[in-house]
Design a protein around this ligand. Structure first.
Ligand code: C5P
Length: 277
């Protein structure tokens, strides 16, 4: 079984509180990105996960196999092979998407009907969005409440920038303080724009905001340097998830290529992509 595990961007992300379990209560607009890992799932006599990139610790895909097996009363045996294209610890949800793709692939292989979003929520906060299969969604709670939003008729062009380093999510949340918050009303306005079918590049540029930006900048100087350099060229850059990946929203494909060239010339690693695909 072969499944494409797409990356995501958070167009807007608000942290609305800290919970008793140590996690944060979020409100966010998630969209898929046309960058995906290749996940293959096959029957096997034990559990084996192969990944083209070395991970620190256990692969979330292995935990996905165990969780689905437990939920459906099967032996936790499968072969999972992951061809990585999504950078690790980048704020693009790569590991979570691989886990959701593993759940989907395995559920088909085993012909079982299970609540993959609920099982996904045990694995990580971003997994339910990917398990939902939505191209755009309003995500709340710790990440487990996913309401699909109608994507715009045509995918929107963006430029994705990847500072060449990893930023662990837990470190960014650890540095977050409630006084960093700026995004709550922007999230609401962006959700309304989706609901009313009036999402355009301009609307996204107006409402894109991320409460984790200040914390991510405190952890990673490159984010400030890159945002300042891009702003000096008239290009606002937004943070996805807990970073360090940044993105610019373009008017169309030609504009994305133009913006990508300007940023590449200024020394950043910029790649044109599409969202809501
Ligand atoms: O759920 P996941 O394992 O992806 O979360 C990684 C880390 O991010 C958690 O250990 C926690 O520190 C932080 N986090 C949070 N609130 C969320 C999601 C993640 O504090 N809603």
């Amino acid at each position: 079984m072969r499944v494409a595990a797409k990356a995501k961007l958070n167009l807007a992300l608000a942290v609305v509180g800290k919970r008793d379990d140590g996690y944060h209560e979020l409100r966010s607009v998630f969209v898929t990105l046309d960058l995906a890992d290749d996940v293959r799932v096959a029957p096997h006599k034990r559990l084996e996960v192969r990944n083209t990139l070395p991970l620190d610790g256990e692969d979330l895909a292995a935990r996905a196999v165990t969780a689905l097996a437990r939920a459906t009363g099967r032996e936790p045996f499968a072969f999972v092979s992951i061809r990585k294209r999504i950078p690790l610890a980048a704020g693009m949800g790569g590991g979570s998407s691989d886990a959701a793709a593993t759940l989907h692939g395995l559920a088909q292989l085993w012909r079982v009907d299970a609540d993959l979003m609920r099982i996904g929520a045990e694995l990580g906060s971003d997994v339910p969005f990917f398990a939902s299969g939505a191209r755009a969604a309003f995500v709340s709670g710790r990440g487990e409440l996913v309401r699909a939003l109608a994507p715009p008729r045509d995918p929107i062009d963006v430029v994705v920038l990847r500072p060449p380093l990893r930023l662990p999510t837990a470190e960014v949340f650890g540095s977050f303080t409630m006084s960093d918050r700026v995004a709550a009303s922007r999230v609401e306005q962006l959700v309304s724009a989706f609901e009313q079918g009036r999402v355009t590049p301009d609307v996204i540029r107006t409402y894109a905001a991320n409460d984790l930006l200040a914390a991510a900048e405190r952890q990673c100087e490159a984010i400030t340097t890159w945002r300042t350099a891009a702003a000096a060229r008239g290009i606002p850059l937004f943070l996805t998830g807990s970073g360090p990946t940044l993105f610019a929203v373009a008017d169309d494909r030609g504009d994305a290529v133009r913006v990508g060239r300007i940023l590449t010339r200024a020394g950043m690693r910029a790649h044109p992509h599409k969202i809501c695909v």
